[in-house]
Design a protein around this ligand. Sequence first.
Ligand SMILES: Nc1ncnc2c1ncn2[C@@H]1O[C@H](COP(=O)(O)OP(=O)(O)OP(=O)(O)O)[C@@H](O)[C@H]1O
Length: 282
Amino acid sequence: MSDVRVDTWGACVDFPIFDAKTRSLKKSVLGAAGGVIGANASNVVVVEALKDIDLHLQHGDRVGLVGHNGAGKSTLLRVLSGIYEPTRGSCRVQGRVAPVFDLGVGMDPEISGYENIVIRGMFLGMSRKEMLRKTDEIAEFTELGDYLNMPLRTYSTGMRVRVALGVVTSIDPEILILDEGIGAVDAEFMKKARVRLQELVKRSGILVFASHSNEFLAQLCDRALWIDHGQVRMDGGIEEVVGAYEGPDAAKHVRTVLDEIAAEQTGTPVVPGSRPVTEADG
Ligand SMILES: Nc1ncnc2c1ncn2[C@@H]1O[C@H](COP(=O)(O)OP(=O)(O)OP(=O)(O)O)[C@@H](O)[C@H]1O
């Protein structure tokens, strides 16, 4: 597990759009959302989703990706998961990847919650035997009781998310690739899920997590990359990067969450807005 690694060297991803009208496009467009739109040598329109990404992650790295809509976060996660090959440059991943892009992927509406637990776990790289061992514990976490014997199609959206979250947080990944979409459950359940997510991250070798929730980023990651029009604009601590991307209020929110986590770990209560008195205070 300690030799897990993720490396990219100058990785670029271009999406050719064969049915776009070249004539109506300016040479290279930089909008508020989306990657740069350009044209390749054959005059085919391309979206430059990622450009020259150099990323080197090792065991223990917990990296959050922030950036505008269409910045390239999901594309980068797909490159790291081996779903996309870089158009130029390269990517090498050492270790077993568990990609969690959509909580519902791999779930079958016609089979029971119990059966879905096993299937979804296998989809994430676990063996059938391992999943059967974990089923009772996952069932208890979901609090769905007898519903777990009924077909998944009879569940509400939130009930499905409970099953999916239960499974996702039960696996033992070497490299965990998480893409948002984990907020569709009620607040009380989310509190419970958060603890499990934190435990999951702790036992993962590497985490890469794309999210628009600074709270989640602060809870799960200790480093952030700001992706801007397909490029890494900044690489640093969560507070610093969120501050640069979204401003001082967002950075303050991150600081509060980090203080809460530190206090939970040391057992010290947090006084809102408090900070140690320094010499500068006079
Ligand atoms: N399959 C595809 N075909 C064409 N263009 C694509 C495809 N997937 C992504 N893109 C483009 O690549 C760019 C990056 O998209 P990506 O989904 O990686 O952004 P993102 O940072 O995850 O955005 P969001 O925060 O909105 O989810 C966008 O301009 C998008 O239009």
